[in-house]
Design a protein around this ligand. Structure first.
Ligand code: FAD
Length: 472
């Protein structure tokens, strides 16, 4: 692909060094390798940057963007690089702008239930730093120990608690953003309602670094629930487990989480962790959490959900009463992706989302694809949100050429079914990035796609902001 961008010359690098200082600039190839990929597990999704900058102030970010805009240099914002769609990969080289050193909590406002922090704070650190107040940021993903707040906002990340608490975007009240032209703008604030003009803040949430650099965010906090309890519910078949999910949602109780894990996913994670769960005759499990402030109410809700599962054919209903057991089962769930990666690094981790009532229809289609192409497709995910991480795993007996030929066919068929037949979307939380941009274009109605392009060209006419992602 012929690049329309300016390569970084010695003089440009000198100017960048003037802006951030030598200690905040990396040009060593070995050190830059880390910034050439994210957690997307295919090596074709990797590209070296020409320089990595780690600014420490918003003014430095603004100066970098002004320079990049002047010279037409691509800039890829980066948080922790835990993304799963190739979003943080500098596809055209240029500058990787890592927010890792802008990682402070700036203001905790208990009266207004808000916290203001820099975009490079690790999400878990944010919650740890405010936990003594009894408040928390509820919209975090399951990668919270590594990912950063700016990355969560740029991906509008979801997570294990999204059934009850919703995704990251629900908690973003204000944003400080540096535009591709280097202007610093503040969007929103501390108010919980705001119809004063276009909702530009919302436009940046989930924009995957393609419209500007998020440098600070004001986050709405909630009171930490005082009680929580978990059920682990095995079913004979994956279909019977997943079919219970819409019934739970209809039952009037909103659990914090309803996570689905099929047998292959559980087996791989248990083997990876050297853990064991009772799996005799089990086809899949649901991991259900209920939380609240009244312990007795949580207990009652848990019994109601457990009874419903039993009536719908659950083999058992295990209650994880203490923190150790809770951590054991959540650890199995959290480590599935890593375990499948160890089993087979050549894979495609998917993130399809469907209306909740359609979730049982996804599994038979995955089974058909698995049989048609001779691949394994372990499946797990945030079933309570209609969001499943089906992972298409290369058959060890297939050559790499065969995999490369069949992977796009499987994805095209899967996505066409999810979007065309079930009214779903190709990504619920991991984003489009580099990995899914061709499918987004193919499956988005032309009128809507034209609006995507109009937004991009209005805000970033020179196409320097994370080029090659979402739309291209
Ligand atoms: C084990 C594991 C579990 C995961 N679980 C979940 C989950 O439960 N839910 C979920 O939604 N995701 C999950 N993810 C995916 C990933 O962690 C999330 O997408 C996360 O929000 C990415 O944050 P990051 O800081 O790593 O961003 P990066 O990967 O660095 O970047 C992601 C995208 O955001 C852009 N970006 C980053 N920072 C900024 C900024 N300051 N301004 C503008 N753009 C920016 C980048 O350009 C890129 O396009 C998981 C990943 C792993 C490896």
């Amino acid at each position: 692909m012929k690049s329309i961008y300016t390569r970084l010359t010695h003089d440009i690098l000198k100017d960048l060094e003037q802006i951030v200082g030598a200690r905040n600039m990396i040009t060593d190839q070995e050190k830059m390798e880390h910034y050439s990929h994210d957690e997307t597990s295919v090596s074709e999704y990797a590209h070296m940057p020409e320089v990595v900058l780690t600014p420490t102030t918003v003014e430095q970010v603004a100066s970098i963007m002004k320079l990049a805009s002047r010279h037409v240099i691509p800039v890829t914002p980066r948080g922790a690089g835990s993304g799963l769609s190739g979003g943080a990969i500098p596809l055209f080289g240029g500058i990787v702008l890592s927010l890792e050193k802008m990682n402070r909590v700036l203001e905790l406002d208990e009266a207004n239930l808000t916290v203001k922090a820099e975009a490079g704070i690790v999400t878990n650190n944010l919650n740890e730093q405010i936990q003594d107040t009894g408040l928390f940021f509820a919209g975090y993903p399951m990668s919270l120990e590594t990912c950063m707040l700016g990355g969560n906002i740029a991906e509008n990340a979801g997570g294990g608690k999204a059934v009850k608490y919703g995704v990251t975007g629900r908690y973003v009240l204000g944003l400080e953003v540096v535009t591709p032209q280097g202007e610093i703008v503040n969007l929103g604030g501390k108010v919980t309602k705001d119809v004063s003009g276009y909702d530009l803040k919302q436009l940046y949430i989930g924009s995957e670094g393609t419209l500007g650099v998020i440098t600070k965010a004001t986050i709405r906090l909630l009171g930490l629930p005082k009680a929580a309890s978990n059920l682990l519910v095995p079913f004979k078949s994956a279909l019977s487990a997943i079919s219970v999910v819409p019934l739970i949602m209809k039952g009037g109780i909103i659990p914090t989480s309803i996570e689905f894990m099929d047998r292959p996913s559980i087996e791989m994670s248990c083997s990876y962790l050297n853990e064991s769960l009772p799996l005799e005759g089990v086809g899949a499990m649901l991991l259900i959490e209920v939380d609240g402030n009244d312990e007795a109410q949580v207990e009652r809700d848990l019994i109601t959900v457990g009874d419903l599962c039993s009536k719908q054919g659950a083999m058992e209903v295990y209650v994880a009463e203490d923190a150790t057991n809770r951590e054991r089962i959540w650890s199995v769930r959290r480590n599935i992706a890593e375990a499948i990666k160890v089993y087979s690094p050549t894979q495609s981790l998917e993130d399809v989302v469907v209306p909740i009532g359609s979730i049982p229809s996804v599994l038979p289609h995955l089974q058909q694809l698995s049989e048609k192409y001779g691949v394994t497709i372990p499946c797990y995910g945030h079933a309570g949100d209609g969001n499943l991480h089906a992972t298409i795993v290369k058959n060890p007996e297939h050559s790499m050429e065969r995999w490369q030929e069949m992977e796009p066919k499987i994805l095209s068929e899967l996505y066409a079914f999810i979007v065309g037949e079930l009214g779903g979307k190709i990504s619920g939380e991991h984003g489009i990035g580099l990995k899914r941009r061709a499918y987004l274009k193919a499956l988005t109605p032309p009128g809507e796609y034209k609006l995507f392009e109009a937004v991009k060209s209005a805000l970033d006419p020179a196409m320097i902001m994370n080029p090659g992602k979402i739309i291209w």
